[in-house]
Each structure stands twice: as structure tokens, then as C-alpha cells.
Design a protein. Structure first.
Length: 210
């Protein structure tokens, strides 16, 4: 089993480090709320990945894959969430930099919401579920106890995701003081907002076959 775990871990690592909504969201929340909020977002995303792994074990992802309408609904929900985050970031870039107490404000940011944001970002991405559905069977031996293998692989994937996203947090956190500059804040807010909106539009187009 150890050899299969290592092979799956290597495959999972390649998928995890590919730039996507989770990494972008962790980066954004780290720059806005610091290391603690970025780590909370990373934990939420990893928990969402683990949730999809368990859902795959329960057969839910198979049901979603078999139902075009259900899969499209999850896609559109995820696209809507990305658009919401993108529009929020774009609008926040134009807000005043000072809060009511005269302190530097972090636009569009609400402390303590990192975990929920990361969790939602992952749970509303059906591709994560389909990853488990398509990949796990290739690493489970014939006649093996599927439950334990699936749990092990889902846990390995969640740990790898958490490790990578935590690395993103540690790399981004030193720039936290720099992001508080008004001009940098506006540019980054627009850039991240535009990327999230673009991802949302892309997912919507794929879901509607535009």
C-alpha cells in the first residue's frame, strides 16, 4: 500500500500546485488579513477537499457526474461564488483606506471568514470531486477494502493541499505591510478581482456550453 500512497501523493501534488481558485483566495486573504487569516483559508480549502474525498467514498460525486443538471448546478454555484468574490474585491479597491477609527482598513475583508471562504471555494468546485472519482479507482487494488484506501488517499490529498497552501501563506505574509499602501491596494484589488471574475465567467461559459 505504501508504494500506491507515494504514487498517489506525487500525482496529487502536481494537481494541487497548479494555480487555481484556492491558491488565489489564500493569497488574497493572506495579504488582507495576515498569516492567521491566510492559514484559516488554507484549512478551509483542505477541509473542502477532504469533504469531496469522503463524498466520493459515499458515491455522491458519482451521482453528480451521472446527472448533467446536478453537475451544472454545482458548477454555476461555484461560478457565482467566484464572481461574488471578484466583484467584492474590485469594489473594495475603490473604498477609502481608513476605517471609522482612523486606522488602515483592509477593504472587503471581514476577520474570521477565511475558513468559510476556503471551504466554500472547494465545495463549490465539482472538479475536485471528479478528481477523486476518476483517480482513486486507479490506485485501489482489485478486491481490496475500498473504504480504507479511499480514506487514506483523501487524507493524503488534504494534507498535501494544506501544505502547499500554507507555503503560499508564508511566502505572501511578508508583503502584508506593503499591501496596505493605497496605490498597491487598488492595483492588487483590481487585479485579483479581475482574475476571480474571469474564472467565474470561464466556469459559467463551460457550464452553459457557451
Amino acid at each position: 500500500m505504501m508504494g500506491r500512497l507515494i504514487a498517489f501523493a506525487a500525482f496529487s501534488a502536481v494537481v494541487v500546485v497548479t494555480p487555481g481558485p484556492d491558491s488565489l483566495l489564500v493569497l488574497r486573504n493572506t495579504l488582507r488579513g495576515g498569516r492567521q487569516e491566510g492559514f484559516g483559508t488554507a484549512c478551509g480549502a483542505a477541509a473542502g477537499s477532504l469533504g469531496w474525498g469522503l463524498a466520493s467514498l459515499a458515491g455522491l460525486t458519482a451521482i453528480i457526474a451521472a446527472s448533467a443538471q446536478l453537475y451544472r448546478a454545482v458548477q454555476l454555484a461555484g461560478a457565482g461564488y467566484l464572481l461574488f468574490l471578484g466583484i467584492q474585491g474590485w469594489r473594495a479597491a475603490h473604498r477609502p483606506a481608513l476605517d471609522q477609527g482612523g486606522q488602515i482598513a483592509l477593504p472587503g475583508y471581514r476577520p474570521g471568514h477565511g475558513f468559510a471562504a476556503g471551504l466554500l471555494s472547494d465545495l463549490l468546485n465539482p472538479k475536485v470531486g471528479l478528481f477523486f472519482l476518476a483517480v482513486l479507482p486507479q490506485f485501489i487494488p482489485r478486491h481490496a477494502l475500498v473504504t480504507w484506501y479511499a480514506l487514506a488517499y483523501a487524507s493524503v490529498d488534504a494534507v498535501i493541499a494544506l501544505g502547499w497552501l500554507t507555503a503560499v501563506v508564508w511566502l505572501a505574509s511578508p508583503a502584508n505591510h506593503w499591501i496596505r499602501r493605497p496605490r498597491v491596494r487598488r492595483v492588487l484589488g483590481r487585479t485579483v478581482g479581475a482574475v476571480l471574475i474571469g474564472l467565474g465567467i470561464e466556469v459559467t461559459a463551460k457550464a452553459l456550453h457557451i
